[in-house]
Design a protein around this ligand. Structure first.
Ligand code: FVH
Length: 289
């Protein structure tokens, strides 16, 4: 792999993990952070602390930015856009598809090759086999720097629409938070009777993992709009059982608010005459006109 230099802007928990992966992967790495002091551990590993933002962005052909949010990216990069011109900007800051497309337009207007990314890992996972990152935007810029980006985790280029990586990132995070909502409710429910967490936690993790195997089937149903084929546990039966989830929560002194919206959608779907179909059909009720 060529050892072309890289600059990392932003040394929060994630930026530090990214810079560490580049340094330990042997890339000459320049780092910058708004608040001074965060570069020191990286310098000890072999990174170079830029003496200012302008010199940070001109130190490398590849500039990776990982800040809090979209506004902080503009606040940081707008004043140094001239220095970025002719370079590749990989933006790993979490954002919406619209923000990614706006950023791509901003970059295009300044002669900056732009790749947007979504990090599917937590900081300790960066550089491990568990980490993968979604990228979209300039294919040629991605290809040019793919060997460097591989140091962070498995790279997955999903398309030239710069908003696509953010869309899929948000979709994956939405799935994660939905899972957490159910898991937190379940853990709280078991805890109402002081059932040992050390026993229930693994039981729940195993159950959720087993149930997740149905997701590809649901994905196909949602893609085709056919919720009536391959039904094993129809929504009519599930809606009847779901009422027991809500009743039990109340009886145990728990608010069912993490679960209740799904129950309402299931009941509406059954009332609309889809009781023999699969539960995934609730997505039809989410679609805006
Ligand atoms: N950490 C995680 O688990 C997730 C994993 C998936 C991806 N996210 C996203 O990564 C972005 C950065 O997250 P982070 O974990 O590094 O966040 P912090 O540790 O809070 O560091 C924030 C950095 O942003 C800098 N910053 C904030 N506002 C500004 C600003 N207006 N101008 C310049 N820099 C700014 C902050 O600098 P400082 O406070 O130290 O001066 C940190 O470097 C994020 O999009 C996650 O959603 C992480």
């Amino acid at each position: 792999m060529s050892k072309s230099p890289v600059t990392v802007l932003g040394l929060g928990a994630m930026g530090t993990a990214l810079a560490t992966a580049f340094v330990t992967g042997g890339l000459p790495t320049t780092v910058w952070n708004r608040t001074p002091g965060k570069a020191e551990p990286l310098v000890a590993l072999g990174a170079t602390a830029a003496d200012g933002l302008p010199s940070a962005v001109t130190a490398s052909e590849l500039v990776v930015v990982c800040l809090l949010d979209h506004d902080s990216v503009h606040e940081t990069l707008d004043p140094v856009a001239d220095g970025l011109s002719g370079r590749t900007l990989v933006n790993l800051t979490n954002g919406t598809p619209a923000q990614a497309r706006e950023m791509a337009g901003w970059a295009a207007g300044r002669g900056i090759a732009y790749v947007d990314g979504g990090i599917m890992a937590i900081p300790p996972g960066i550089g491990t086999e568990q980490a993968f990152l979604l990228y979209s935007g300039s294919r040629s810029a991605f290809d040019a720097f793919a060997p460097a980006l591989e140091l962070l985790g498995a790279p997955r280029f999903v398309g030239e629409d710069p908003g696509l990586a953010a869309l899929l990132d948000i979709a994956l995070l939405s799935g994660m938070y939905g899972m957490f909502a159910g898991a937190f409710h379940a853990l709280a429910l078991a805890n109402t009777e002081q059932f040992p967490a050390a026993e229930f936690g693994p039981l729940l993790a195993g159950w959720i993992t087993a149930m997740a195997s149905g997701i590809p089937h649901y994905a196909h149903q949602i893609e085709t709009g056919d919720y009536a084929t391959g039904v094993v546990s129809n929504i009519g039966m599930q809606a009847a059982a779901f009422a027991n989830l809500l009743e039990t929560a109340e009886a145990q002194g728990l608010s069912p608010e993490l679960l209740a919206p799904l129950g309402s959608l299931m009941s509406r779907r059954v009332a609309d005459g889809h009781g023999r179909e699969d539960v995934s059909g609730v997505v039809e009720l989410l679609k805006r006109a």
